[in-house]
Design a protein around this ligand. Sequence first.
Ligand SMILES: NC(=O)c1ccc[n+]([C@@H]2O[C@H](COP(=O)([O-])OP(=O)(O)OC[C@H]3O[C@@H](n4cnc5c(N)ncnc54)[C@H](O)[C@@H]3O)[C@@H](O)[C@H]2O)c1
Length: 386
Amino acid sequence: MSKPKVNIAMIGCGFMGRAHSNGLNKVRSFFDLPVEPVKKVLCCRNAETGARLAERFGWPELAIDWQEVVKRPDVDVVDIATPVHTHAEIALAALRAGKAVICEKPLASNLSEALSLAEVSEQTGLPSMCMFNLRAIPAVSLAHELIREGAVGSVHQWRSTFQQGHLVNPNFPLVWRLRKDAAGSGALGDIGSHSIDMALLLVGRITDVCGMLHTYTKERWIPVKDMGRDSIPSDKKGNVTVDDAAWSLLRFENGARGSLEATRMATGRLMANQFEVYGSQGGLAFSFSRMNELEFFSLNDSARVRGWRTINVTDPVHPYMKAWWPAGHPIGYEHTFVHAYANFFTAYGKGKPAEPSFREAARVQAVVDAIEKTNLTQAWTKVEEV
Ligand SMILES: NC(=O)c1ccc[n+]([C@@H]2O[C@H](COP(=O)([O-])OP(=O)(O)OC[C@H]3O[C@@H](n4cnc5c(N)ncnc54)[C@H](O)[C@@H]3O)[C@@H](O)[C@H]2O)c1
């Protein structure tokens, strides 16, 4: 039986443009969705890059101007994969044109933008989702299930570290991610926001933070053309206006305490993204570099065999895994986008809100904003309740 078609317009053709296109290609083949997502139009301000991506990933139409695209009557969902400073303007225009919106993380450049997006998206009654895709890693979802079922008792401690090392290179160019006007925030908002999203999901609301941000290299070469890590530097330098690294202590509403580290200055690290959760009855530990595994310790095991066990999260009983391969066959980073889209289009088809919603993404933004404030005041700071 044919399913209702949902036409998608995607804006942005960089790293996430490819990741989203790939996710959209896979989701209808692997997940049984109530609707059929259709890649309708790809919007890229660079026609050559857009044409290449459209040809490789099967976008039937290419557009240059996102303002035209978000208003089109034959578009149902707008998927935003552009730098952070563009999110609010594009998403608001799409929401006001009556479209459901998927937007890359962090949702916005600051809390007030994120709050308007949450409010306007709620008024549309359509699902909107922020692409915090790392929460759709099966091992992270399993951790969520185990915590909800009480497997670790009441959670009292969170620890997350998200470490990259590329900024140790003093010649790394001044790409958009290192400019506040384009990125809103540095390591904190870019990679730390994933950890904050997972902390809010797994532990609960963060009420107070006490943090520190640091920019180690204050000036970098302006790129001739911003092509991320592949940018060619010019002979002119400009100011780095965001943090290279950020840390914070965290107080949670449920009494738990914790810490967060997000850095691009961890020499030699690529995507070292870890968290640990400790509770009255057990603990959980996750590492992105072993993303098909979850470590679990339970005080309820008999003392004779008690110890940390490694769960291979590839069995069909595990979240999302029934859709993939027989137990033991690992999956990877790209699958997290497929899972996020499966969640979104299931919600869309059922007329329900999708998760993480723009409201949840605004809660992440509230924590980012509070950590930035505390860096100035050097004192514990309340996180705005959103
Ligand atoms: N979820 C994840 O795992 C993940 C990973 C990386 C990046 N991201 C997020 O995805 C977003 C995009 O990051 P990226 O790595 O793909 O960036 P990128 O630099 O690789 O690509 C950005 C794209 O946006 C386009 N663009 C730039 N400014 C624009 C404007 N004013 N109007 C229209 N298009 C514009 C560029 O031409 C390019 O096609 C960011 O919000 C980033 O934080 C998420």
